[in-house]
Ligand binder design. Structure first.
Ligand code: HEC
Length: 469
């Protein structure tokens, strides 16, 4: 590997690829066995192996060779592996799966040299993937979806929602949660929310919501706007475990309903799925609870706090009590054919917090989203920049080091939308775009995961009761 790079460096250094250096390069070209397989095993195998979401496996030379050209194209354009953050304006993430510049060069040089196999003896052992829970050991508690879903062979499915009561009598805290598809080849993405049911709503035997006569559901494709809703976690291929430090936990609120939200991708043959939620309770008393708010909303602990949004310069305000429906109503619609339309939400940080992760959620017109922190002394820091938002990849960016943000700071989520003909995903550039959970409308959800530094749950909750599974 090293000698290949030094040859490449030499070519760059002399500024011209002479016939001789090209020949030298060919002689020492990267091979699949020695140079490419380690990259694929580390960065592609989670998705490109049998039974996973990607359309082909890349686990052996025979599997990968026919894809050589496509592999080069996708890694050079940085479409694969899917990772939306730019490196210059983003803090280090612990789940960064993007390729280094060197890895991209190695793959490109391998393809340019005719994608040679090399010596099989150089091949590293294929990685082992847990068949069971990714987190390793068995969960303390497992919750299954209320019903098994039949997925048709073809067609586009809208997002499905199922509900069930939280099975605990008191609030519990989880250090680790994992959302595990029953059938990974069909689950495109899935999320779990906690929510109240709207007044008068009931559930059928499969956990589908039945609304009282005359009441229309707020959103057909999602229920994030339901009363008292909060997010637990999402699954997308390569991400489904949410793990916190030993004294930090996610609250599983007794009395609420679990909302399973699933997006299936047909595979060409009928499939079934019944996904599961694994819970590992904290083993020591929980001090801090992990909260999720979107940039723009008041912190969870700021009572009556104002939410602040700026749509193309126009201010939009609403209070936490008024809820996201009011925001959707008050935010101006995106006009037809605009290429770059901005919406920024600004959270005033009213007490010291620690930030763990960020996850951009927009729909098909979503163009870019970045998180900018302004500190009390006026210093600005971009902590995550996603310059080309991709609706197909709902990525959670997990900070390698949690970030302390002092009271008096502001967290802004700077979003842009493209409702023009240039956006190939745009389902209707001629339309004025409203705000709702329907995929043809838009959303602005810069999900931000944090805890409040002064909170100490050990002082207010009889935690010992909560620790037993
Ligand atoms: C998180 C899951 C994931 C990872 C990691 C991933 N891929 Fe993919 N890949 C997919 C999915 C899903 C598709 C098909 C849909 C698409 O193109 O977005 C795909 C498509 C591709 C294609 C295009 C196939 C075609 O039909 O033209 C290539 C080539 C590819 N991946 C190569 C790679 C390589 C090389 C890596 C590692 C360096 C990688 N991928 C990492 C999920 C992944």
């Amino acid at each position: 590997m090293k000698h290949v790079l030094s040859v490449l460096a030499a070519i760059v250094a002399t500024g011209a690829a002479t016939a001789m250096t090209v020949r030298t390069e060919a002689a020492t070209a990267p091979t699949f066995a020695k140079d490419v397989a380690p990259i694929i095993f580390e960065k592609c195998a989670t998705c490109h192996r049998a039974g996973e979401i990607a359309p082909m496996t890349l686990m052996s030379y025979e599997d990968a060779r026919p894809w050589a050209k496509a592999i080069k194209a996708k890694v050079v354009s940085r479409e694969m592996p899917p990772w939306g953050a730019d490196h210059e304006n983003t803090l280090k993430m612990r789940n960064d799966r993007s390729l280094s510049e060197q890895q991209i060069q190695t793959i490109a040089a391998w393809v340019d040299a005719g994608a040679p196999r090399g010596n099989l003896a150089d091949m590293p052992a294929a990685p082992k993937f847990a068949e069971g829970w990714t987190y390793g050991r068995e969960p303390d508690y497992v919750i299954e979806m209320p019903t098994e879903i039949q997925i048709p062979a073809e067609g586009e499915l809208s997002v499905l929602n199922f509900y069930m009561k939280v099975p605990f009598e008191t609030d519990r805290f989880a250090q680790v949660v994992e959302l595990r598809p029953g059938n990974r080849s069909v689950v495109h993405h899935a999320s779990i929310y906690f929510t109240d049911l709207p007044e008068g709503a009931t559930l059928d035997k499969d956990g589908r919501m039945i609304l009282p006569e005359g009441r229309r559901n707020a959103g057909r494709s999602g229920e994030v706007g339901l009363p008292g809703s909060s997010k637990l976690l999402s699954f997308v291929p390569g991400r489904g475990v949410d793990q916190h430090r030993e004294d930090i936990g996610k609250r599983i609120p007794a009395g609420k309903y679990i909302n399973w939200q699933l997006h299936y991708n047909p595979t060409g043959k009928p499939e079934k799925d019944r996904s599961r939620l694994g819970i590992w309770f904290n083993k020591v008393p929980v001090k801090h609870e992990v909260l999720i708010r979107q940039a723009g909303d008041a912190l969870a602990t700021t009572k009556g706090g104002l939410s602040l949004y700026r749509a193309e310069g126009k201010e939009v305000e609403y209070t936490a009590e008024e809820g996201s429906q009011q925001r959707n109503r008050r935010t101006p619609n995106i006009p037809p054919y605009v290429e770059s339309w901005s919406l920024t939400g600004i959270t005033p940080v009213t007490e010291d917090i620690t930030l763990y992760a960020m996850s951009p959620h927009m729909h098909l017109r979503g163009k870019s989203l970045k998180w900018v922190v302004t500190y009390p002394d006026g210093r600005e820091q971009t902590i995550l920049n996603v310059p080309k938002f991709d609706f197909n990849w709902q990525i959670n960016y997990e900070l390698a080091e949690p970030l302390r943000i002092p009271a008096g700071s502001k967290i802004a989520g700077v979003g842009f939308y493209d409702n023009s003909l240039k956006n190939k995903w745009n389902p209707g550039p001629q339309l004025e775009v409203f705000w709702s959970e329907q995929s043809w409308d838009e959303m602005y959800q810069p999900f931000t995961e944090y805890s409040v530094d002064s909170q100490d749950l050990t002082k207010i909750v009889p935690v010992t009761q909560q620790q037993q599974p």
